[in-house]
Unconditional design. Sequence first.
Length: 406
Amino acid sequence: MLSWFFKTGTLNVTFPDGSTKSYGAGSPEAHVRIKDGRIIRRLVMQPELALGEGYMDGSIEIDDLRGFFKVALPSVVNAERPWFQRPLDATKQTFRKLAQSNNILKARNNVAHHYDLSGELYDLFLDADKQYSCAYFARDDMTLDEAQEAKKHHIAHKLCLKPGMKVLDIGCGWGGMGLTLARDYGAHVVGVTLSKEQHAIAVRRAEEAGLSDKCDFRIQDYRDVTETFDRIVSVGMFEHVGVPYYDEYFGKVKELLSDDGLALIHTIGHVGPPNYSDPWMVKYIFPGGYSPALSEMQASVDHHRLYTQDIEVLRTHYSKTLGMWHDRFMEKADKARELYDEQFVRMWRYYLLCMEAAFMVGNLLVYQVQIGKHLAAAPVTRDYLYPYKGEKAAKSKSGKFVEAAE
């Protein structure tokens, strides 16, 4: 299996008997030690799941995890699957829609699995505004906080907001986007989430900011919302919708959007045809999660005769974001061990570095899809996206600096 996958870059593997073999050629190079021979069969049949679990429980040791993913991910992405793995892959493809069946009850449970973890955990590595999605590095030297601030304002520009507009934030997280739209753009925001932990924090933040009259944060499934909105925004939530519900999702967006309204959907996506989710990631990090091909999203947009106004692809921005999250997390790994345990720290580190590499040398990226109900719902040129073009920064109404691309 290793000979099949590794052609470019070198993977050195030390087996339980002490022997070491090399696969591939040239750089980059990585070294893996298999401590328990019982995992080898699982590595052949279910490599993604077995590798992650082996790293978590210590039966696999990796000298440089970040370096390993830079060797492994391009090799796996660019190679065809070996013949002995194809039957299992075919089964995964056949049942992928069933695996992504996120009805309302299942969606609540999936959200709780990840987003109702201790708030102290996310404080270890997120920015001050608790943005848990891809940042926007308008300048290469931006800090994490600056890039997350820039992301929010970049999205706000795409919404073409005017004071008093009513905005729905689907999957509002800890409230950062909604608070920004209310404070800096005069919007009235309804934010919905299924996470009790996130909802409590969002409500408290709105009260502390004096924005409770402009921010209505709710524990509510987006499918149960009934009002009409001038704008709809969703950042990092579409990955949890599930392929069987794409038509329902965009149908609901169309139902809730005013005739002259705009919606902006920000989601992780993948290059290539529809596929299935990484089994380790689904089991341990994002149950029911799936990063769609653009074609899957667009099919449902077209089905409802919504008009795509603009599609922007953020390519390596998320790799840089995840790298910063990882480094901040590891600086406070002792605190994470106090909250959970060593295996959790290894799991979380594996997750962050695997995803960092997937956005740098793998097949993941971020789509920002802007849609409306008619052709001219958004301006017909992109000039409106960069109101501060030519300036290094401009102050928002909150007094913070909004970075702009030159």
